[in-house]
Design a protein around this ligand. Structure first.
Ligand code: NI
Length: 260
């Protein structure tokens, strides 16, 4: 059984064959996935997708790059949507992204990151953190906010093994996806090698970040086999063990109690 902890199946790139893809991944053993919102429009499409598909869950939140025009009433509305459905398991994706300089400005990003950490606290949900080229500020802010008490996952973990260890100490999970299979993935390989398997979860970020040998193509959850194989290699365990352990980790991460 496979758990994809981070997907965007509401993305326009799945408009032509979404139901077929979701059927295919189910047959490939993907029992659950969390569809993750990134802007206001995708808060609604994510919620709807989770409501109509068994095995699908939702994370609602606004990504740093889309925070420029955000208003307090938007956050209040997201809070109401989080409370409205048992399918919502997290606040996300939220965080800091300094890749596009000043877009929006750092202070604006920090303001809405803090506000959405509050939202997670209020609703009792874990967070999905998007952090790119912002290692120091993200860690500093999360420590200051005692984010370990909120819990969650650092999605598409792209920093050093040392920083990974800091998050593991805080009880966070590390989201590992297609990047691990890329040629230049030395840093991520090191993160997987040094971090406990108990803290790793599988994620696609589909339609983005398809693993080698499908790099550049549209990603989907059945391609997680390439990521799981890479983790198994690095950790010296079987692929089945990787699936099993990361599946259990994902249930713990999102507080999902499975009826067997
Ligand atoms: Ni994403």
């Amino acid at each position: 059984m496979i758990f994809d902890t981070h997907a965007h199946y509401d993305d326009g790139r799945f408009d032509e064959d979404r139901e077929k893809v979701l059927e295919r991944i189910r047959k490939a053993g993907v029992r659950h996935f969390v569809n993750v919102a990134s802007d206001l429009a995708s808060v609604d499409t994510t919620l709807k997708l989770a409501e109509i598909h068994e095995g699908a869950y939702a994370a609602l939140g606004i990504i740093p790059g889309e925070c420029g025009d955000l208003r307090e009433e938007d956050i209040i509305a997201i809070g109401e949507k989080i409370e409205s459905s048992e399918k919502v398991v997290a606040v996300g994706e939220i965080g800091l992204d300094y890749y596009w300089e000043d877009n929006p400005p750092k202070e604006v990003q920090k303001k809405w990151f803090l506000r959405q950490l509050d939202l997670a606290r209020q609703t009792g949900k874990p967070v999905i953190i998007h952090s790119r080229d912002a290692a120091a500020d993200t860690l500093e802010l999360m420590k200051a906010e005692d984010a370990g008490k909120i819990g969650g996952v650092i999605h598409c973990f792209s920093y050093s093994a040392e920083i990974a260890a800091e998050y593991v100490k805080m009880g966070f999970f590390l989201g590992i996806g297609g990047v691990l299979t890329f040629k230049n993935a030395k840093k991520t390989v090191e993160v997987v090698r040094k971090s406990p398997l108990e803290n790793l979860v599988l994620e696609t970020d589909c339609p983005y970040l398809a693993p080698t040998p499908h790099r550049g193509e549209r990603n989907s959850s059945e391609l997680l086999t390439f990521v799981a194989e890479a983790i198994a290699d690095i950790k010296g365990v079987t692929v089945e063990e990787v699936y099993e352990r990361t599946y259990e980790n994902a249930l713990r991460l999102y507080g999902i109690e499975e009826k067997i």
